[in-house]
Design a protein around this ligand. Sequence first.
Ligand code: HEM
Length: 150
Amino acid sequence: MTADTLAAPRSPKGAVRKKGPNLEMVGWVFMRVSGVLLIVLIFGHLFVNLMVGDGISALDFAFVAGKFANPFWQWWDVLMLWLAFIHGTNGMRTIVNDYVTNAKARKTLVVALWAVCAFMILLGTLVVFTFDPCIPNLTDGSVLTEFCGA
Ligand code: HEM
């Protein structure tokens, strides 16, 4: 091998392409599609929260409560949560597969990654769809006092 030749990529000994759907290809396509969607979702999120109206100075509990009372923003945030976690976890899985040579450690790390991802998605989705801004006996005179008393 001369200096200008790339070494053959490492692959498990005797690796043969299994029959059935090619999950690695699905993952490859998912990373690109979710990447494009994340650009729209993340920059839309930042623009609406930080630049529209009073911008960052309008951010408070009532602002968040207002967004979570609207199904459009609930679905926007949930989609962002799901895509970012699955994209990030699948990306970390790629890095683990590339660098962790011990099979047991690799398997443990990949299982841990997906377990954390599933738990965070479950928790986040529950928060977005069950969020209730009305704290009992709220009397701080904020816009929420009026909204929750109504
Ligand atoms: C802003 C929108 C985003 C775009 C356009 C984007 C795009 C991409 C693409 C195309 C890849 C595949 C790279 C490859 O296979 O060589 C990738 C990998 C990755 N992404 Fe994203 N991504 C975005 C947001 C995120 C977010 C929010 C996270 C974390 C939650 C994240 C974490 C990762 C990780 C860990 C990898 C694996 C890196 C690697 O293989 O070396 N990305 N991203």
